[in-house]
Design a protein around this ligand. Sequence first.
Ligand code: BGC
Length: 715
Amino acid sequence: MNDKKTPLWLDSAHKTEERVEALIQEMTVEECVLQLLQVRVDNVTPELLKGGVGSVILAASATAGNDAQEQSSAKQVDDLQRVAVDESRLGIPFVTGRDVIHGHNTVFPVPLGQAAAWDPELVEQGCRVSAVEASADGIHWTFSPMVDICRDPRWGRIMEGYGESPHLMSVLGAAAVRGYQTDDPSAEDAIAACAKHFAGYGAAEGGRDYNSTEITRSTLEDVYLPPFEALVEAGCLTFMSSFNEIDGVSSAANPLLLTDILRKRWGFSGFVVTDWDAVRELLNHGIAEDGAEAAEKCLNAGADMNMVDFLYGKHLASLLEEGRIKEETLRESVRRILRVKVDIGLFDRPYTGLRTVDRSSHKQLAREAAARCSVLLKNEGVLPLASTECVAVLGPMATATQELFGSWTLDGIPSEVISLLDALKEVAPERNFRYADWGDASGMDTAAVGSDCILLVLGETPSRSGEAHSVGDPMLPPGQADMLEQMLRFGKPVILLVIAGRPLVLPEAAQRCAAILYSFHPGSEGGRGLADVLVGVSEPEGRLPVTLPRSAGQIPIYHDHKPTGRPTNEYHRAPGEGGGMRLIDQPGSPLYRFGFGLGYSEFRVGIPLVCSASVEQGIMLEVEVENTGSCKGSTVVQAYTRIPVAERSQPVRRLSAFHRVRLDTGETCQVRLHLHPRELSYTHLDGEKRTDPGTVHVWVGQHCSDGTLLEVELA
Ligand code: BGC
């Protein structure tokens, strides 16, 4: 750029809209088209940079979560950016995007694990740390959070979202956006968030990745869309369209989603990026004849930025000449992208430079997160471990290091991770831990026989979950159930620790364990965090953000199912309790319910008092909570609702509010829960979503089948 006078769009004294308009006026059609392209970092050329390419994706393969990637580096980005800024006609910086999914250098538990903490503050803090670290490496924009509701543990990407409940997903997704973007997305250490995958990707049939979905309009509106709407309200700057089709239309080309709902109804003013190759995939879906038609459909539907397949670059100019797209549509997409670039401060500070980040507090937070996200499913008094005991620490995950990261860890530092076994020795050096390699059967037997109890650490490596890594049988990997059987034979208490990327169907033998602790991949400080829990330095605070089925045949199984004409409501009943059965070969209740988890203390949740109830304000409840256990601890007070009579059949219970409390032993407190009117609304037969006056059933307890029924009248 040789302009003597500073152009208006480079002058931060002007408002975003003025800057964007001034710039748009100057742009040629070719420059507009380039602005809509996102190219792979390994495909970026000086020509593209000088022409004014919109974005560079810092990934070199289609399933970055499971393939090794180059580390991101500020220097590499700055070097490319210099060409874009100094050598292009208008000096527009490109925006870099990368999958910073659950941490950057410091890796936090996978999102499903974070969800188990039921604590928006923890999610926000983790995403804040991610933003601080990622921005120092030249990353402007993360493709996170993923807020795809998932009711199927076979789907490999279940680890990447916050579980099965629209309410929990909405609250935690919004917290993630706050953490990444802060109140000031232009801050040096903030990064733009991306709500993905819009929409319905988690409903892939049979859990098979990229599969078609069957989602009715009311289920779309009431189950899959609310978390996305919550992210718009939280100010999320960008959206990513999903791969799947709904009702025959791929999301990248779905005007209902990308324009009518997202823009017109929710007022989203940021931009939409298509997922990797998704424009081209219209050909595979069979809804475009060629690349030109695919590009035409996607742009006209409202997809602004074209991730990697380059079809916008190839075809938009000629589509414009042929009148198949309008220039205003093209410019409107450019406008949306430029608006975000201005708002994140890219024009004012295009380079990252050399920044050092002090990560000491980050590691501590990751350690606390790993501990707090673990879910104690069963405990016959064996946890925390007694200090005098000799413990055999066995199983394939006991010495796992990098595997603790989980899928979608592009920039974690493997050399920083220590295993659970080493962490136990570090946390409790005076204690007696006996280890034998899991390949050495007789060594394991000897360690087991010579110990007071057995800590068996089983689970999945990260490559058994994540994108394109779904499984047909969500069981423990081959051989592990046998290993458990073998260990149970010694008659010693067995503590089963599962470290996995999904809710696994646990073998029958798990019932015979003295304790079960479940951790979704816990991140770089996972070894230490879990060791803290096992020895009692920390409490396992997790509550299940998804249902744990008894068998693969129960899938899909989730707490907010509908009642049916011959209701059994088995999910919420204990096995053996009367009523019809939906399956004759097994109970209808899951192995562990949504919202369930034990701590090291015990809590009493009283009968809630209804403070107010109205269609406009929702329901305000107050409930007394008491720590009745023998140590300080924490629980999650959860409110569930049902609309018993509606135009459309409504879920038998759905999570509508929650609050985490921490109390000393014997201490009580009053918890206020606000059930927002939107939690009491549904999509009526006329297509409108609203809250009606009338009776609402409410339960308040410590998991989804807990609590006494309360009938509340909404006036
Ligand atoms: C995934 C997205 C990801 C993108 C970029 C796609 O394959 O579905 O979630 O953000 O790749 O790596």
